[in-house]
Design a protein around this ligand. Structure first.
Ligand code: AMP
Ligand code: GLY
Length: 431
């Protein structure tokens, strides 16, 4: 197959997820030329980066043309929802990542909930509101805890799991009256609160064909013990042993296959990653959300575990040849600790110097993925975002993976460094 693989690939995005994608592509036996836009300081050390924002669709298409790129892999959701894939396809450039119609599965929670309910895929019962008063009446009727979701993209901040009526009412008012999320909050979902452990399932989809990637679990809350506000994700590990082989089979039958077919039945020709957020409730798995891209930081633990060539996998999905792919997975466990800037997900400083340990002090099984990093005018590595680095380790056991990742985290010097100390702890405590 490698003879037909693309010789140059452009990765769109600037996070830890994109660094992991770039790394995976660079290790392909096909040795493609890998480019990135806009990238970050870590990616720039490995691949040429172009300072074009991930939402500047026209400039990205022009870049792909100018550089004679043969394949584009899109990381984040915003360019997908702005139609980057549509435009690349129109320009004759193959792309991994859905067109805008597919990206709507992430960009509109109302759209997705309607599909889930119509196709009888397990999900929390929910109602849609555009006016404050009826929404408040419904909240008071259902009582707390209850979940309020802004319809549109809100960078992971548009969901409030309200523990009290007061909190629920203020979330409703913030979204519908206070314009807290702009147009993204002009419609809201109010849904029943589910309980259980969460798992992230990344599925490579091409029409009605799909390949389920290894299971993983994210840690969404900022603080140890799952406390504090939701974030983009503070750490992850793979495999998620709470998803036993039997449970995965059930998830595939009740959720994955019906979802892929529902999307196709709705007339969406989906090519890309369907990331299914699942709550493992006492009565069975239930869909929390779809994302239409790789997860961050899930990608940083899932891709390093693949023995299958990631370039061949994504290219097969794009060429409609996914059914021919069998997935080989390393048995090792992977664990990623996200190093954030203190204050994230609220306000945080930028421009703080970062000193990484010398390569000789980082074991070969540990990779430091960059996210919000940049080189300042003096050429020094500094923080440039809320999530700064992702330290991933592979090891025969999760405990060893955690020990190795944390040993490296402790050696990273940065005044505003903050990270959770309990990534993987739930699974470790069960063992
Ligand atoms: P979402 O963006 O829909 O995945 O929501 C973000 C987070 O909010 C999820 O990862 C869950 O932790 C939480 N959440 C979303 N929907 C529910 C629900 N119906 N019940 C309980 N927690 C939820
Ligand atoms: N880690 C969750 C996400 O990528 O949305």
């Amino acid at each position: 197959m490698s003879a037909n693989l693309p010789k140059s690939v452009l990765v769109i995005g600037a996070g830890g997820r994109e660094h992991a994608i770039v790394r995976a592509l660079l290790t392909s036996p096909a040795c493609p030329r890998v480019l990135c836009a806009p990238g970050n300081a870590g990616i720039a050390a490995e691949a040429p980066c172009y300072p074009i924002a991930a939402d500047d669709v026209a400039s990205l298409v022009a870049l792909a043309r100018r550089e004679h790129v043969e394949f584009v892999v899109v990381g984040p959701e915003v360019p997908l929802s702005l139609g980057l894939s549509d435009q690349l396809i129109a320009a004759g450039i193959p792309v991994y990542g859905p067109k805008a119609d597919g990206a709507r599965l992430e960009a509109s929670k109302v759209f997705t909930k309607q599909i889930l309910l119509k196709h009888k895929i397990p999900t929390a019962p929910a109602r849609i509101f555009t006016e404050v008063e009826p929404a408040l009446v419904y909240v008071r009727l259902r009582g707390a805890p209850i979940v309020i979701k802004a319809d549109g993209l809100a960078a992971g901040k548009g969901v409030v799991v309200a523990q009290s009526l007061v909190e629920a009412e203020s979330a409703v008012c913030d979204m519908l009256a206070g314009n807290k999320f702009g147009a993204a909050g002009s419609q809201i979902l109010i849904e029943d609160c589910l309980t259980g452990e969460e798992t992230s399932l990344l599925v490579v989809v091409s029409g009605r064909d799909y390949v389920i990637l290894p299971t993983s679990q994210d840690h969404k809350r900022v603080g140890d013990g799952d406390t504090g506000p939701n974030t983009g994700g503070m750490g992850a590990f793979s495999p998620a042993e709470v998803v036993t082989t039997e449970l995965l089979r059930r998830i595939e039958c009740e959720i994955v296959r019906p979802s892929v077919n529902a999307i196709a039945d709705e007339g969406i020709a989906f090519c890309g990653t369907l990331f299914i957020g699942i709550m493992l409730t006492p009565v069975g798995p239930s869909v929390l959300e779809y994302n239409t891209r790789f997860g961050d930081p899930e990608t940083q633990v899932v891709l390093p575990r693949l023995a299958t060539d990631v370039l061949a996998l994504l290219w097969a999905a794009t060429c409609g040849e996914l059914a021919k792919v069998t997935l080989d997975v390393h048995s090792e466990h992977a664990l990623c600790v996200v190093i954030a800037a203190k204050g994230y997900p609220e306000s945080y400083p930028k421009g703080d110097p970062i000193i990484l340990p010398p390569g000789s002090r980082v074991p070969a099984s540990v990779t430091i993925y960059h996210a919000g990093t940049a080189n300042n005018s003096a050429g020094q590595l500094v923080t440039a975002g809320g999530r700064v680095l992702g330290v991933t380790s592979l090891a025969p056991t999760l405990r060893e993976a955690a020990a190795r990742a944390y040993a490296t985290c402790d050696q990273i010097q940065c005044v505003s460094k903050y990270f959770r100390r309990d990534i993987g702890a739930k699974q470790l405590n069960r063992q």
